[in-house]
Design a protein around this ligand. Structure first.
Ligand code: MEV
Length: 446
């Protein structure tokens, strides 16, 4: 068989798998069994998953966990988190437990506006006349897309603003129609892109009918922007410094001071800011995935926002004023609670029910709290015990599973590390000791 294939997507699922395992696997039968073992027992459900994307062969599991005790705007939530990293759910739950007794998280949505562009070229030299022409065709643009916006308008959303941007100083002949939208509870990507494509058609034929000397535009592309600085949420926690720390090894004042310094370092030092924000995204992405939202869009926007002042910086900030410690996040989060896979994927529907079927703004508030919580736990560990204590404790089971330790061995080793920070080396060493072997070469790991 050849590794080059034409028309793969047209094959049946069985034929796709056969071609794949024969071409790429030393033990095709074993590969086949593995793929099949992840098929869903319910054929209808499996079919739905098959139809989410092209060339689906099987399913790819991620753990789905929950973090209870999230008090957000005086309402109790149990957060759904889909994530593979061992310590994320534990860190979220720890921060939730800490803040539930200190007033909880206060979240508010600053704005929910989304943006899209028709990017086009126009080679004319009567800019003012062109600008007037664009202003004059705005009612045609609105009217020409009424069929697309009808339902959204009933829900209170729609097109908010249309403006012409002259970008010729940066790129000769380059202009944009910049359009702002309110997409209510949907993320709105298809809605926005459909409108932009219709706008491009209207722009083209209206210009052809105009009295401008240059009657042609070249439409380069019509696309929403995943950078959503106007779809913004803020979430904060606060308490008196004296209530900040239950740790006996460090005073609350010293803890606050180290915490603030850690945040300051992330504000001024991009190397630290990237890791700091990555930790925030551990919490954000887990909720975004569990609720069926687009984590790539959220990631792209968050990092662009973190660099909005020309230097990559922290998404969280902290201060102590008049004895009150305050810690907050401001982050763009373009999320949806209707549309996409929110009403299809059973576990996504489960997450929405668990959260009390939130609106998109409420989900923004919840998700921002997950990010802030994650960052609080990370900084707390970093400036006190160090990150490895908690992280390796959670990761220990992964190492033991890699070693194919028995349940009895696991329990002995977990007990051994109760008062020690586990490391990979130390785990292997105690494992070998318990097994009565010199090193891992004596056993056959899969
Ligand atoms: C690990 O996934 C995330 C952290 O590195 C975040 C941080 O350093 O703030 C612990």
């Amino acid at each position: 068989m050849s590794k080059k294939i034409k028309g793969y997507s047209k094959l049946t699922k069985e034929a796709k798998i056969e071609w794949l395992i024969e071409n790429y696997f030393e033990q095709p039968e074993k590969a086949l069994q593995l793929l099949k073992s992840y098929w869903h027992g319910d054929a209808d459900l499996q079919k739905m998953h098959d139809e989410f994307i092209e060339n689906t062969l099987t399913n790819f599991y991620l753990p789905y966990g929950v973090a209870p005790n999230f008090l957000i705007n005086d309402k109790m939530y149990c957060l759904p988190l889909a994530i593979e990293e061992s310590s994320v759910v534990a860190a979220a739950a720890k921060a939730a437990n800490f803040w539930v007794n200190r007033g909880g998280f206060k979240s508010n949505v600053i704005s929910t506006t989304k943006i899209g562009h028709v990017h086009f070229s126009w080679e004319g030299n009567e800019f003012e006349k062109f600008e007037t022409f664009i202003n004059n065709i705005k009612p045609d643009l609105i009217e020409g897309t009424n069929h697309i916006t009808a339902n959204m308008r009933i829900r209170g959303g729609g097109i908010l603003n249309i403006q012409l941007n002259n970008k010729t100083a940066e790129e000769p002949g380059y202009y944009q129609l910049e359009v702002k939208f309110d997409t209510r509870d949907s993320m709105g990507a298809n809605f926005i892109n459909s409108i932009l494509e219709e706008f491009a058609k209207i722009l083209k034929y209206k210009l052809a009918e105009s009295d401008l000397a240059e009657k042609e535009v070249q439409i380069v592309m019509c696309i929403l922007s995943n950078y959503t600085p106007e779809c913004l949420v803020r979430c904060e926690v606060s308490c008196p410094v004296s209530e900040l720390n239950d740790d006996k090894d460090i005073s609350p004042e010293d803890f606050a001071s180290k915490f603030l310094r850690a945040i300051r370092i992330a504000e001024i030092e991009p190397y630290r800011a990237v890791t700091h924000n990555k930790g925030i995204m551990n919490g954000i992405d887990s909720v975004v995935l569990a609720t069926g939202n687009d984590f790539r869009a959220v990631e792209a926007s968050a990092h662009a926002y973190a660099a909005r002042n020309g230097k990559y910086s922290s998404l969280t900030h902290a201060e102590v004023k008049n004895g009150i410690f305050k810690f907050w996040i401001e982050i763009p989060l373009s999320l949806g609670t209707v549309g996409g896979i929110t009403t299809l994927h059973p576990m996504v529907k489960f997450s929405h029910e668990l959260l009390g079927k939130p609106s998109a703004p409420e989900l923004m508030q919840i998700t921002a709290a997950a990010g802030l919580a994650q960052n609080f736990s990370a900084i707390l560990s970093l400036v006190t015990t160090g990150i490895q204590k908690g992280h390796m404790k959670m990761h220990l089971l992964n190492i033991l599973n890699q070693l194919e330790a028995t349940e009895e061995e696991k329990s002995l080793i977990i007990d051994y590390f109760k008062d020690k920070v586990p490391s990979h080396h130390a785990t292997v060493s105690i494992f070998c000791q318990i097994r009565g072997i010199k090193d891992l070469s004596e056993i056959n790991l899969k």
